[in-house]
Each structure stands twice: as structure tokens, then as C-alpha cells.
Design a protein around this ligand. Sequence first.
Ligand code: ZN
Ligand code: ZN
Length: 347
Amino acid sequence: MRAVVKTAPAAGFDYVTDHPELPVGPGQVRIEVAAASPCGTDRELVGYTPAAVAFGLKFPVVLGHEVAGTVVETGPGVETLRKGDRVALESHIACRTCYHCRVGQGHNCLNMALLGVHVDGGFAERLVVPAHACFVLPADVSTETGALFESAGVAVHATLRSETNLAGRSVVIGGAGPIGLALVQIALASGARRVAVIEPNPFRRKFAESFGAVGLDADDDAVDWCLVDAADRKGFDAGFDCSGAPGALDLVLRTLRREASALCVGVQNQPFSLDVTRFVIKYGITVKGSFGRSLWQTWDVLAALVSSGRLDLDALVTHRMGLADFQEAVDLQGGEAGKVLLLPDRR
Ligand code: ZN
Ligand code: ZN
């Protein structure tokens, strides 16, 4: 079958037409891929950057962790899925036996396997995954849209972890990539009084504004604007850094009021210094991280938001292309694009 394969610990990838199909073992299902979406992580994996090395790629591996499709074969012992079921995939495959899995924190599993990193992913015509990594899509959500659940789930998980009721709150978001854009919609759907997005790229800033956010450039003026907009309390109530860009978390923290909450969502490429005395000790800001999606609370909330039309994931899609166009899809990451869908059916 056709697949995008990473074969060696170096920059690049191979697009092949003869990738062997894996057998379907006990507890596993074979999925016919309807759509898969590359993200910034895939760009790192293709470039084999330090961030990619840190993931501990297994070679060879089919890339692609944002995937949805239809079950075409079930292995022995699979009782939760049937042929024809349409599913989105949880890319963080939990072991279900370690300490964290047993206490309901499978999103931080000690033996986590990442789809498209450690096991063959979805930039292919088909893939084999454990049935327990599949989320059955609501009847009114298209399979193509399901490929956007994994990344949008990161935004939902971040709001759940912030433990802040966003109704009536002022929310600042660092970065208007797909996760930041999903967060804009979720915060506004939750009744936020104001959502401001700090984003240096004008295309992405406009994209955020199209969903109702106030777009701000990534400089000190963004901080000043937020402090004036929420002058009664001298800062915003909740912040999310979805960019992971150098200095972005600091910028977000400077827009926040005392006792606010700040979520780190975008992966930082290297350690950096932070004014803990000011932000954490004196201001009492809660700084937390968010990785992946909770199983399955995040998916449950996400499916309801998409089903009810409060979160329009299709509006994030700017490009659709075939598997053979993978390089172009990777080049679009971080540039003038929203989500790119790779459709194996499209030649
Ligand atoms: Zn991703
Ligand atoms: Zn585990």
C-alpha cells in the first residue's frame, strides 16, 4: 500500500507504494484511513530535529498521528468495535497496566507508545491499532472531520486542566496555530467575555480574528492592550501558550492578573528561565502543563462541542491533498495554512 515512511535517523522520508500491511492481532483493528493531518510535530520528525530525536522514533515507521477512518477488520477478542465503525484515533497509546493507567491518568502512561512515532501511523492507506485507541465518531460528524479530533483534543484537554470556568473570563492565547484556533472557539463557546490571541504571523492572526478573537502582535503592546482591556483587575484571568515559541510564555504571563491560571501547551524546544518570584510566588499564578488528551473525558467533551456546532473544526482546514503531496503538506506547517488534510483516496 501507499505510505509515508521514516526509514532512518536523518532528515527526510520515503513515499512508497509497496509498504507491507501488518497482520491484525488480538485486540487490534485494521482501519481504512479516510483522512490524516500533518502538524508541527511531523515537520520536526521529517527534519529529524532535536525535538524529533527526543521522541525516540522507531525505524522504519509510517508517520501520521492525527487520523480517522473506518474499521475494515477486527482481530480476536475485539468486542467494542465492528466492521464499518467510523473512528478517530487516540495517538497516545496507553499500556493500561502501569500506575498512571490504573489510577485514571492514562494520558501520562509510563509506557506510552506514540502513533506515527513508535508504531506505524496513518499517512498510509490503512493501519493497525489497538481497539482501545479508537474513539467512535458521532453519527453527525464526518470521518474526515474526525482526523481533526486529535489536535483539537489538545485544546479541550488544556481547558479541562486549567480548571477555570471560562464563562465571563478574559482569555489570552499564545499562538494561532490549529490548537490555538480551536481554543479560541472553545473559550468563546464557553462564554468568555474576551479572547485575545498573541500571534506574529498576520495570516494566522486574521484567522483567529475570523473566529471572534482580538488579534495582537507578539510584542509589549500586546501586554499593554490586555492590561487596559481588563484594567479593573490588572490583567486577564486565564492564559494558554499554544506556541511553545521562545519568550511566548513570558509574554502570556505578563498579560495575566494575580491568581490567574496559565497552561503550557506548545512544546518548548529547550529549557528557558522564568521569573518564578514574580509570577508564581508573588502573583500566585498557577502554571501547569497539558500533554495530549485525557481518556476519555476530553474526547467526550470534544465530540459534544463538534456535534453541537460550537466547535467548527472544518473551518480550520485550508488545504486538502493526496498522500504523495506529503512534502508540500509539511512545508505548509507554520506558514500560511490552517489544517492540511491528506486524503489517501486522492491521487
Ligand atoms: Zn500532531
Ligand atoms: Zn500505562
